[in-house]
Design a protein around this ligand. Structure first.
Ligand code: CUA
Length: 168
């Protein structure tokens, strides 16, 4: 085998993966977009961040009971706090958090729960979880949003369920 031929072989050995890797990435993007349904935010769930005070549900932030044990928590994030800052939820409740920002990108993370969202102005973030264990859950902003970022926190107080015999 002459040296020139070996050189070509070596080149091909590198060209093939350098073509295959981007193709694999492209296939992964297509699968996540069309099979798994992961997509960048669309127009669904868009709000005008400057008009939140007149845009339902953000005109009335807070906790709403939809059905026994089923709640919706509407929260706005702004420099450098959440409205409402504290929420009281009975243990065993299933809560859907509906969160948006008034100004810049924030985060909404509730410790010891799967709730972990980016909060983007103009975009509505939504996530549901069930609170089984009574206690205090620290809520914090985990996207750097400015000088008061480290102070941007809230609290969720999960109170013991009313009575063990309550019908659900
Ligand atoms: Cu809001 Cu960091």
């Amino acid at each position: 085998m002459n040296r020139k031929y070996l050189g070509y072989l070596f080149e091909v050995a590198w060209i093939l993966p350098s073509v295959a890797v981007p193709i694999a990435f492209l296939v992964a993007i297509v699968i996540t977009a069309f099979v798994v349904g992961i997509a960048v935010p669309g127009n669904v769930g868009r709000v005008d961040p400057k008009a939140l005070s007149t845009t339902p549900p953000f005109d009335k932030p807070g906790l709403r009971e939809l059905a026994p044990g089923r709640y919706e928590a509407v929260v706005t994030a702004q420099l450098f706090n959440f409205t409402p800052g504290e929420l009281e939820i009975p243990a065993g409740s299933k809560v859907t958090f509906i969160v948006t920002s008034r100004d810049v990108i924030h985060g909404y993370k509730i410790e010891n729960t799967p709730i972990n969202m980016m909060v983007i102005p103009g975009q509505v973030s939504r996530m549901t979880t069930t609170f089984d264990t009574p206690g205090e859950y620290y809520v914090y902003c985990h996207e750097y949003c400015g000088g008061g970022h480290h102070l941007m926190a809230g609290k969720i107080i999960v109170t013991p369920a009313k009575t063990a015999s309550a019908n659900r």
